[in-house]
Design a protein around this ligand. Structure first.
Ligand code: ACO
Length: 309
């Protein structure tokens, strides 16, 4: 499987730490030192469908892949505009993709994009087609802006990848462990209102730093290479300190981990494709580069993937 091109879309409105400090009792210094985040984009009228479609259009234009070659559309999200129609069906309509397309949403929270790529790879084998894998989230929908322990972290956005069945097979490692104590939200309460996102930050931190390094080691080992031979590590952008912790556990220099959390915050399933888009824009990705992607988060879920660019 090969990622042919990336696209991205971010809401126009930027909520910085200064403005957040006027909404809850917090300050720029606390947020930047504990999380690495200075600002996040927040939707004011934009929808998941609009952002996902914009990102997908950009990726398709850059890829040169004709619309008729797209046989699979997966939108990875746990904050869809509607449960039905799915965001993937709406993207099919927005982009005028063939009606023969297999289109569905995938909810694996912050691991969504990595899960989505793996599912797309399997489906492309069956269908003999290209795929569109999109991570699109409006976390601001579920954030309680009176809860200072969560509202500082999350942002909105979408990133899209056009994926081809050409190239070498990826190597993956996945896991899930049902747990509503550490991170939950988006359900309906007794009055029919949506439950906001609630999180035990310390425990989520521990879960991430103890699970992700093992998952990364397993894909590297299965691929028959070493950590030294990986060109880029692209982790879900949850918190700079989590990335630091994972790098330390692996004994890998932090500068091999791409980070953009400083200006996007945590955008869940959109965070890895947003990072890949930026890396492509900065010309950091070259044919044959070995990448390890790693997602982790709500569910709990986690997933690592080794692929060649
Ligand atoms: N500003 C100022 N003070 C704060 C804030 C804030 N925004 N939030 C919490 N505090 C206070 C607490 O009230 C507490 O005060 P106390 O000691 O007087 O009780 C103190 O800071 C320490 O609180 P902790 O929650 O222990 O702070 P911690 O150092 O653990 O940092 C954080 C909190 C940043 C949330 C951290 O736990 C973390 O990053 N965890 C991982 C969370 C994460 O990344 N989640 C996303 C992954 S899953 C997904 O992406 C959906």
């Amino acid at each position: 499987m090969k990622i042919v091109a990336m696209g991205r879309a971010l809401p126009q409105y930027v909520l910085d730490n200064q403005e957040l400090s006027g909404m809850v009792e917090t300050n720029d210094e606390w947020i930047t030192t504990r999380t690495g985040i200075c600002q996040r984009h927040i939707a004011k009228g934009e929808t998941v469908v609009a952002l996902a479609s914009q990102a997908a259009r950009q990726a398709l234009a850059q890829s040169g892949v004709p619309l008729e070659s797209i046989g699979v559309v997966i939108v990875c999200t746990f904050t869809p505009d509607t449960a039905t129609p799915s965001m993937a069906c709406m993207v099919q309509k927005e982009l005028g993709l063939p009606q023969t397309v297999l289109a569905f949403d995938l909810n694996a929270a912050c691991s969504g994009f990595v899960y989505g790529l793996a599912v797309a790879e399997a489906l492309m084998d069956r269908q003999g087609c290209h795929a569109l894998v999109i991570g699109g989230e409006l976390l601001s929908r579920l954030v309680d802006y009176t809860d200072r322990s969560t509202c500082i972290l999350f942002g909105d956005g979408a990133g899209a990848a056009v994926v081809s069945p050409a190239g070498s097979r990826t190597v993956t490692d996945f896991g899930a462990d049902g747990n509503a104590e550490l991170l939950s939200g988006g359900g309906y309460n007794i009055n029919g209102g949506r439950e906001p996102l609630r999180m035990n930050g310390r425990e989520v931190f521990r879960f991430a730093v103890s699970t992700v390094p093992g998952s990364i080691r397993r894909v590297v080992e299965q691929a028959g290479c070493t950590l030294e031979e990986v060109d880029h590590f692209v982790l879900h952008q949850a918190n700079h300190r989590i990335t630091e912790g994972v790098a330390r556990h692996l004994g890998v220099n932090l500068d091999r981990f791409y980070e953009n959390i400083v200006h996007t915050g945590n955008t869940s399933a959109a965070s890895i494709p947003l990072a890949l888009w930026e890396m492509q824009e900065k010309d950091l990705l070259h044919p044959g580069d070995r990448l390890v992607l790693a997602g982790f988060g709500g569910g709990l879920t986690w997933g690592a993937m080794l692929l060649n660019w």
